[in-house]
Ligand binder design. Structure first.
Ligand SMILES: O=C([O-])C(=O)C[C@H](O)[C@@H](O)C(=O)[O-]
Ligand SMILES: [Mg+2]
Length: 430
């Protein structure tokens, strides 16, 4: 057994980084050439370090930096106790999240102080669990109740994309702006990683073009579960029409429209299963959505639901109400993927492959980046998250951050590099 004081937090290091991102298109615009992330290291009295990764945009980074010094002396074996520290330090300033409502770039639902607090807590919780697991010599999934599977399935996350960012050379993926390009991209994902499910990010082109892309995918991959996610871009009428047209083709349609009422109506009228990472993104949004049968699959995300334990709470709630659960992602590196994989390994009834953006990233801050085999990541039984920090890579990516003025994800602004008059589209767009 470790010494009683071994798990005490000696220091918390918060490092903002910029990671390269290809020109992936979505409702709002396009991903920038680089996007911010925050890496957290929690060092204990025993000398071990636990890792966490989350959003790097200014409001998150500011809040994380504010809370970090207050964690010294706390114990990594009691991460739940840090929740009150986060609540106290971030107080009641509702303006901490710079912009209310659905953020131009985030595409992940409401923004309020409670969600910011949940996100800040989450990164520290993951780092504590990693540190605690290392101290005890057990994997994080064991601290969460134990894994029920030894591999976690992820889906191919397809995007319409340009062949390159303006002024840059072509990337390893090529362009995908029509059904043929989308099928070609899906083949690359299947060949390189063996994915067995496919999600297409929609809301980029007229819905009929996106329906055509889904039909082309169905023809090319007759047995694979397919999903389409326009991030709430459509009107109720369009959403209903697409749902009817793609019934039996999609395993689920993700956020066709904005709002619980409109989602409930589409499901009621068409029977199409609907998934969300936009209209149910916090526990306070669950009662109305579930009582109106507005969502059939909640896409959990420990980064904003409040950590790994909260993800298990969400899964239990979904199980109780007969609602499916899977996982949303944003652009991320290996620390996040490790955390996603550990918690997904513990959720008993995970019936859909989880989302991940990780194949789009060419760099990492872990010494041995994860591999996808047969579309899955093997669940590590090594202590903690089962990863090691690549300190040189972290320093390089931090230097990129200090040398750049990119501080926030801004898909709308990035689109102006090609369409100078571009503004955030008004919803519903179609
Ligand atoms: O499922 C989703 O809505 C997402 O993954 C949101 C992301 O912001 C996605 O749209 C992206 O990366 O552009
Ligand atoms: Mg989504």
């Amino acid at each position: 057994m470790p010494e009683p004081t071994a798990g005490r937090i000696r220091e918390v290091r918060v490092t903002p980084i910029l990671i390269c991102d290809p020109p992936l298109l979505n409702l709002q615009g396009v991903h920038q050439p680089t996007t911010p992330r925050t890496i957290v290291e929690i060092e204990t009295e025993a000398g071990g370090v636990g890792l966490g990764e989350t959003y790097g945009d200014t409001d998150y980074l500011t809040a994380i930096r504010k809370v970090a010094p207050h964690l010294a002396g706390a114990d990594v074996s009691r991460p739940g106790a840090l929740r009150s520290v986060v609540d106290e330090v971030l107080g009641t300033d509702e303006t901490a999240f710079a912009e209310a409502g659905t953020h131009a770039a985030g595409l992940r639902g409401k923004r309020d102080l409670a969600k910011l607090k949940a996100s800040v807590f989450a990164v520290f919780e993951v780092a504590c669990l990693d540190a605690w697991g290392r101290l005890l010599g057990v994997p994080v999934h064991a601290l969460l109740g134990g894994r029920v599977r030894d591999r976690v399935d992820y889906s191919a996350y397809l995007f319409y994309k340009w062949a390159a960012h303006p002024g840059a050379g072509p990337d390893a993926w090529g362009g995908a702006l029509d059904p043929e390009g989308v099928v070609e991209q899906a083949r690359l994902f299947a060949d390189r990683y063996g994915f067995g499910s496919i999600k297409l990010k929609g809301g980029v082109f007229d819905p009929d073009q996106e329906i055509a892309a889904v039909r082309a995918l169905r023809e090319a991959f007759p047995d694979m579960p397919l999903r389409l996610d326009p991030n709430g871009a459509w009107s109720a009428e369009t959403g209903e029409r697409v749902a009817r047209e793609l019934t039996g083709v999609l395993e689920y349609l993700e956020d066709p429209v904005a709002g619980v009422g409109a989602m409930a109506r589409i499901h009621e009228r068409t029977g199409m299963p609907l998934a969300t990472n936009m209209c149910v993104t916090g526990f306070d949004e669950v009662p109305e959505a579930f009582s109106r049968n507005a969502v059939q699959v909640v896409l959990s995300d420990h980064h904003f639901w409040g950590g790994l334990r909260a993800t298990l709470d969400l899964a239990a709630l979904c199980r109780t109400y007969g609602v499916g659960v899977s996982m949303h992602s944003n652009t991320h590196l290996g620390i996040s993927l490790a955390a996603m994989t550990h918690v997904a390994a513990v959720v008993p009834d995970l019936h859909h492959a989880c989302d991940t953006h990780r194949p789009w990233q060419q760099e990492d801050v872990v010494t041995r980046p994860h591999t996808f085999e047969g579309g899955a990541v093997a669940v590590s039984d090594a202590p903690g998250l089962g990863i090691e920090l690549d300190t040189d890579a972290l320093a390089d990516l931090h230097r990129r951050w200090t040398d750049s003025d990119v501080r926030d994800r801004d898909d709308v602004g990035a689109m102006r590099a090609v369409h100078p008059d571009w503004t955030a589209p008004r919803l519903p767009r179609w």
